[in-house]
Design a protein around this ligand. Structure first.
Ligand SMILES: [Zn+2]
Length: 60
């Protein structure tokens, strides 16, 4: 079965979330273990859409 790792939209590293082709996410809080930020994403058919991305300036 085809699976894809979801990449963090902030830092681009792999998150712990994987998608199947059939997976549908809607307003899903994606947490990145690397930069420790949460982005809200939607996904369907391996296409990921960033609904809300944390402001990169607030941390780091
Ligand atoms: Zn990240």
């Amino acid at each position: 079965m085809e699976k894809k790792w979801v990449l963090c939209p902030v830092c681009g590293s792999k998150t712990r979330l994987r998608l199947l082709k059939e997976t549908i996410l809607r307003d899903f809080p994606l947490f990145c273990p690397k930069c420790k930020r949460e982005s809200i994403i939607s996904a369907q058919n391996f296409k990921i859409e960033i609904i809300h991305q944390p402001d990169a300036k607030t941390q780091c």
